[in-house]
Design a protein around this ligand. Sequence first.
Ligand code: GLA
Length: 378
Amino acid sequence: MKNGQTLSDEVSKITDRFAELTGHQPDGVWEAPGRVNLIGEHTDYNGGLALPFAIERHTTIALRSLEQAELRCFSTDYPGWSLNPVSAIRPGAIDGWPAYVAGVFWALVDKGWEPHGLELLISSSVPSGSGLSSSAALTVSTAMSINDRFELGLGQDELVDIAHRAESEFVGAPVGRLDQTAIVGARASNALLIDFESHSISHVPLKIGPLVVVDTKVKHANVEGDYAQRRLECEQASNALGYASLRSATLEEVETRLSGTLQRRARHVVTENARVMSTVDALRSGTSVGDAIFASHRSLRDDFEVSCFELDAVVSVAERCGAIGARMVGGGFGGSAVVVGVEVELLQREIDSAFSKVAGVIPEAFEVKPSAGARRIG
Ligand code: GLA
């Protein structure tokens, strides 16, 4: 959904477009939000902690079952695609955005679903490559729509699994489970505390604000090599310490038993988990989150080395504007930052002025509200 649009506007719009493209009404309409991670970055694949929330930007899907064994995908923004027969769906056979849809199809069939012909239309207000989880919004909305339409009875964890397998095994982006878990489990007005070791979640009321996202417009995909490289380094660090994951490591062990790159990577993960807990404690007790969000950014910049010039510049501007906290979100190397506690107009003015002095695209700031997770809307 875009700002100012109601749910029924969104449903009518996609239903009308679906009818124009296919000549039929869809069987239903579903949406899955993008997410912002307040804190807890690059911790998910290390058995750590994260505190994301869903935003009011969505991927919407209208879907209809077909008699013939064909998968027909349409998008309001990109060229369509179709595959007949669906038995030809396998990793490596499909590129671009339809690979995420086909990946869900493949993961469901692998789980025992009797494949069925489908036509679907996707429309999204989650900017792609912006660190706001456009990929997981697409896989989760697809998985949820098929689960509901064919009454597969999959629960939240299984939907997360299917969406995650689509992205990691079918598309080949070696991501963790942060995005899918956030998008499936989010609740309006709350952040979601996720513990990736115990696989438990709890809701934390999110009363600080304003919450502003700044899209630097620097694109980066997790399918590129740097993300996999960071995962490998974290694995090497936990192996060197003799642990199954960095969740078990202490700061003292990291500082005395590791050195160089592995020490820096592990130090980020260990200190980031502590920052998540201190943020959760502050939110629950209504006290100040202190320096945790800024410290997370510094750690991602200096120890994990996944920031970039534009993200660092946005965080500096936010700091000058008196933000409660600001940091990059998502995989990094581009994408978005979250800024807490600065009015969006003031922040945009200061960004315009700072970025007009350097060449390049001006980042775009927009306010977000913690929103509901994926659901059927029509
Ligand atoms: C991307 C991945 C997530 C997570 C973040 C970093 O968004 O999809 O699994 O690893 O990067 O926290």
